[in-house]
Write a protein that binds this ligand. Structure first.
Ligand SMILES: NC(=O)c1ccc[n+]([C@@H]2O[C@H](COP(=O)([O-])OP(=O)(O)OC[C@H]3O[C@@H](n4cnc5c(N)ncnc54)[C@H](OP(=O)(O)O)[C@@H]3O)[C@@H](O)[C@H]2O)c1
Length: 312
């Protein structure tokens, strides 16, 4: 349990940006007892600094949660400018807009800000390495791909704004990884779909991470906002037994939970070359928050939704 703030009688208003995305939709559910403003790209393009700041100043929410992002990891290699604008530049502008109206600002980042060479994983205060060099070929530190570099620029812009605005900005930067949940494409849904049509699947077994159910991440976000925790970086994922799991482990559990007979074969990522390099060990260590439930339990809950046809 986190230490909680005294309850405020008046209903608080929360602006959820990227509300139609996978995490945004889970946030809308979890915050349903608040006055929710749910914006997505057609309501407010966060790369348009002036109109975004105007809209935010006019709405004056108590809390701003930014779940909007350019999340196509391979697509970002081709469309670098869009990735850096949405994941990098817009974040500093949103933080500034939050400081202007005294709103709490929550933003999400990713395990892919790390190079993934450390098999133990990365804690909140570990330095990811240089972002502004926009390297995509590094083994010594820093993100391995454009998506990671653009998200790291977002982290840097948020921290620069926090430094400049001091106590005017209350902020939480939540890093997470391997999201699954309703409302969007995700690994669980992909494997579930493929397992129904194939006797055998070949799945990468040399990338390690921690799966995270969007419902649990949204709940953790609400608890953090209602706590007395100080501004800073937090890591939220579902728990794994020790270290992370591989995509192969993840797929095996999906297939067992959904009762498919599909055979899965562990393979190296070299067998599936993709435009963006992925880190080998992008394991987020949580040293600040109470642990969430185990990933298998969260997965079983989501698989029940898939089996009941409630997430197509
Ligand atoms: N998915 C993962 O496995 C994962 C892992 C680690 C961290 N994260 C982070 O978690 C957060 C949520 O990810 P997610 O998977 O829920 O994302 P998502 O499903 O891709 O949703 C992102 C939403 O943001 C919207 N958006 C994109 N550009 C925008 C813009 N310029 N202005 C306003 N809205 C815009 C998208 O609209 P369109 O669809 O129309 O573009 C979409 O509705 C992100 O910060 C992401 O980087 C995700």
């Amino acid at each position: 349990m986190l230490p909680t703030k005294p309850k405020i009688k008046q209903k608080q208003s929360v602006l959820i940006i990227g509300a139609k995305g996978m995490l945004g939709a889970a946030l809308c559910d979890i915050f349903s007892s608040y006055n929710v403003l749910d914006w997505d790209k057609e309501d407010c393009d966060i790369t348009d600094k002036i109109s975004t700041q105007k809209k935010i100043s006019a709405s004056k929410p108590d809390i701003i949660i930014n779940a909007a992002a350019f999340t196509d990891v391979d697509g970002a290699e081709k469309d670098k400018d869009s990735a850096f604008r949405v994941n990098g530049e817009a974040v500093g502008n949103l933080a500034d807009a939050a400081a202007n109206i005294g709103a709490v600002f929550v933003h999400y980042s990713t395990d892919y800000v790390f190079s993934g060479v450390n098999p133990i994983g990365y804690a909140e205060n570990d330095a990811p390495g240089p972002a502004l060099s926009r390297r995509s070929d590094s083994r010594e530190g820093g993100p391995l791909n454009i998506y990671g570099a653009s998200k790291l620029l977002g982290e840097e812009n948020l921290r620069a704004c926090a430094l400049a605005r001091g106590t005017a900005l209350k902020w939480y930067l939540i890093r997470t990884s391997w999201l699954f949940g309703p409302h969007g494409k995700n690994f669980v849904k992909t494997i579930y779909g493929l397992a129904g049509k194939n006797d055998e699947l070949r799945i990468v077994n040399n990338q390690h991470g921690k799966p995270t159910y969007t419902k649990d991440l949204a709940q953790a976000t609400k608890e953090i906002i209602n706590s007395t925790l100080t501004s800073g970086i937090y890591h939220v994922t579902n728990e794994t037994m020790s270290g992370g799991i591989t995509w192969f482990d993840f797929a095996k559990e999906i297939i067992n939970s959904a009762h498919f007979a599909t055979k899965i074969i562990p393979v190296s990522s070299a067998e599936f070359p993709r435009p963006a390099r992925r880190p080998e060990f992008s394991i987020l260590i949580n040293s600040k928050l109470p642990p969430r439930r185990m990933w298998q339990e969260a997965l079983r809950e989501y698989i029940r939704l898939l089996l009941s046809g409630k997430d197509k």
